[in-house]
Design a protein around this ligand. Structure first.
Ligand code: NAD
Length: 496
């Protein structure tokens, strides 16, 4: 059985750990690799190599660091198909979706190649007579990334390229459920000329994460994943005086106004709700229909019923399987709870079968209407292809409903009214808003700005905010004496 290697101090090593976790193909349950839970000794080696390498890497010329990113972006493009193939195998995404996962990551690497302009400080001349103040941004030291299963290319690439371009060294702990794509990302990074020790990849679960949360050498932690784990990581790491950005779960609403373009609403809802098997933190899981817009619900149901999950080799498949049998069972349990709670299940994807793949973790498109806020299916992030609808009388009611939800990752409004769109973007307490755009994920020169229960921290992923997160500002105030004259001393006493 193929064992996933660790990447420590520039060496690909086979872990000595006796504890391994199976990596399975979710369409077949075939075990495709085993991922080791790194030993404490291996964890320590990774941390000390990152700490030692930082002493050298931080002083490398900034263009040298930028050039690694330029070469890396080019290599990733060359290998985009190959990386997408790995994602299809270990996560089950459709080919198109897997290509998008890699592409979104490549865009962040391209952005990281602009690091010199993003690290520029500020200057003010003559803050007092003959005194200037200026600032530099300097890297922090060893940074850590802990990533989820659902974007095995994009999310690691949100983190290590920018952090390393800033002059830090980085330890990546990818999801144990699909570690093969992150492993290949690290191999390509090495091939792009990243020096030994700049990036380390360790594997495992809570035990390995805990080492990183407690080690004094680790200065900053980037986390993306579920609410309970993300809150634990935020609390533990900040208790240990580390800087943390923690991206958590979500429940994203789309508001549908009666004046919206109906065809656009129907087409966009289908992809945004069940696309990627609903395993997206920006998926639209609830649509709120304002007034007569609810008349379109039967057509949306028809359209949703026409899509189906399938294997990535099937070009007609709209999405793939859930990541594990446990994830599928949890979703089906929630569907059963929704029915018991009195929501109207107009489409039930439980017990879905895909010909030729009897063991896959399939859940068919599922839709509930007449959902209310106290229902469990509304309160929980389902993270599956389950779409809920709710009805309200006015835009104000929609805004009130969504603002009362504890999450704030993404939202969208479909309307032809500029006034309604402007009101919505201004009043909604959600960090990423789409206007006639269902999944408004910003490109890397902005930042990924989830709010409320979907994020803990202050500086978000990628863009200028990530550069702030991965650096410290040093402010210098300077006066230079003219040694050839006594005039400066005289000026100084006059100032005082
Ligand atoms: P997860 O929380 O189970 O795992 C994420 C990472 O944490 C993995 O590397 C895992 O090994 C580690 N981990 C798991 N349990 C741990 C513990 N007890 N202590 C320390 N570390 C632990 O998340 P997942 O199931 O892989 O990902 C799905 C979740 O991620 C969803 O809730 C989704 O909304 C969220 N997500 C959020 C965003 C965002 O930007 N807000 C983006 C993608 C995914």
């Amino acid at each position: 059985m193929k064992q996933v290697p660790l990447f420590i101090d520039g060496q690909w090593i086979s872990s000595k750990s006796k504890r391994v976790i199976d990596v399975t193909n979710p369409a077949t349950q075939k075990v495709i690799a085993q991922v080791p839970c790194a030993t404490m000794d291996e964890m320590q080696k990774a941390i000390s190599s990152a700490k030692e390498t930082f002493k050298v890497w931080k002083d490398k010329p900034i263009m040298e660091r930028a050039r690694v990113m330029m070469r890396y972006a080019a290599l990733l493009k060359e290998h985009q198909e190959e990386l997408a193939g790995i994602i299809c195998e270990e996560l089950g995404k459709t080919h198109e979706d897997a290509m998008g996962d890699v592409w979104r990551g490549i865009e962040v690497v391209e952005h990281a190649a602009n690091i010199p302009s993003m690290m520029m400080g500020e200057t003010v001349e003559n803050v007092a007579t003959s005194i200037d103040t200026y600032s530099y941004t300097q890297p922090l030291g060893v940074c850590v990334g802990i990533t989820p299963f659902n974007f095995p290319a994009m999310i690691p690439l949100w983190m290590f390229p920018l952090s390393i371009a800033c002059g830090n060294t980085f330890i990546l702990k990818p999801s144990e459920q699909d570690p093969l794509c992150p492993t290949r990302l690290a191999e390509l990074f090495e091939q792009a000329g990243a020096p030994k020790g700049v990036l380390q990849v360790v594997h495992g679960d809570k035990e390995q994460v805990d080492v990183l949360l407690h080690d004094e050498a680790v200065k900053a932690i980037s986390f993306v994943g579920s609410v309970s784990v993300g809150q634990y990581i935020y609390k533990t790491a900040t208790d240990n005086m580390k800087r943390v950005q923690s991206f958590l779960g979500a429940k994203n609403h789309m508001v549908v106004m009666p004046d919206a373009n109906k065809a656009a609403v129907i087409n966009n809802i289908v992809g945004a709700s069940v696309g990627a098997a609903g395993q997206r933190c920006m998926a639209i899981s609830v649509a709120v229909f304002v007034g007569s817009a609810k008349e379109w619900i039967p057509e949306i149901k028809e359209k949703l019923a026409s899509v189906r999950p399938g294997h990535y080799t099937d070009s007609e498949a709209a999405y793939g399987p859930q990541i594990t049998p446990a994830a599928k069972n949890r979703i089906e349990d929630l569907i059963a709870i929704g029915k018991k709670e009195g929501a109207n299940c107009v489409l039930d994807g439980s017990n879905f079968k895909v010909a030729g793949f009897p063991d896959g973790n399939w859940v068919g498109p599922t839709m509930f209407t007449d959902v209310s806020t106290e229902m469990e299916i509304y309160k929980q992030e389902i993270f599956g292809p389950v779409f809920l609808t709710m009805n309200v009388d006015s835009l104000d009611d929609a805004i009130e409903l969504i603002n009362a939800n504890p999450y704030g990752n993404g939202t969208s409004i479909f309307t032809s009214s500029g006034f309604a769109a402007r009101k919505y973007q201004h009043e909604i307490e959600v960090g990423q808003v789409g206007i006639n755009i269902p999944i408004p994920v910003p490109l890397p020169f902005f930042s990924f700005t989830g709010w409320k229960g979907s994020f803990a921290g202050d500086q978000h992923a990628y863009g200028k905010q990530a550069v702030k997160f991965y650096t410290e500002t040093k402010t210098i105030t300077a006066r230079w004496y003219d040694d050839s004259s006594d005039k400066n001393n005289a000026d100084e006493s006059a100032d005082a």
